[in-house]
Design a protein around this ligand. Structure first.
Ligand code: AMP
Length: 131
């Protein structure tokens, strides 16, 4: 059965898309640690990030770099932090989180409660920086 993230890529489940190319898809995390918290995934369904091919990891990181650069412009922060967890969704993904301080990367922090309008606005702000 397809993962929830594959179903997002297929358009079967809605997402707040930030960017896409042939191989990768970036969209807002629905339980964000900060405004701009984005997930980058390969369209190819692989559970464990470190099971991806070397070439895929390299290309995914370059894609994530572009997205992170756009996030930083859209949501000024000290740095965009990157994390790979994958304990919840069995489809490899990179978290990109705008950080004001180290504690913004604590996944045990309470998540932001945002409206659909907030999410749309955030995704549009980041996408605009990629255009
Ligand atoms: P983890 O697998 O531990 O890296 O966590 C999975 C992340 O995916 C969590 O931060 C969730 O909030 C996020 N997530 C799960 N389902 C969705 C969804 N349908 N749209 C956006 N983000 C999601």
């Amino acid at each position: 059965m397809a993962t929830i993230f594959s179903r997002i890529v297929a358009g079967e489940i809605p997402s707040y898309k930030v960017a896409e190319n042939e191989e990768f898809y970036a969209f807002l995390d629905i339980n964000p640690l900060a405004k701009g918290h984005t997930l980058v995934i390969p369209k190819r369904e692989v559970d464990y990030f470190f099971d991806l091919e070397d070439s895929e990891i390299a290309a995914m990181q370059v894609f994530a770099k572009k997205v992170a650069t756009a996030i930083k412009k859209a949501f000024p922060c000290v740095k965009v932090g990157q994390a790979v967890l994958g304990l919840e969704v069995p489809h490899a993904h990179i978290h990109l989180v705008p950080m004001q301080s180290e504690k913004d990367m604590l996944f045990t922090n309470p998540k932001l409660q945002l409206t659909p309008e907030d999410f749309k606005e955030i995704a549009a702000k980041i996408s605009a920086q990629l255009a």
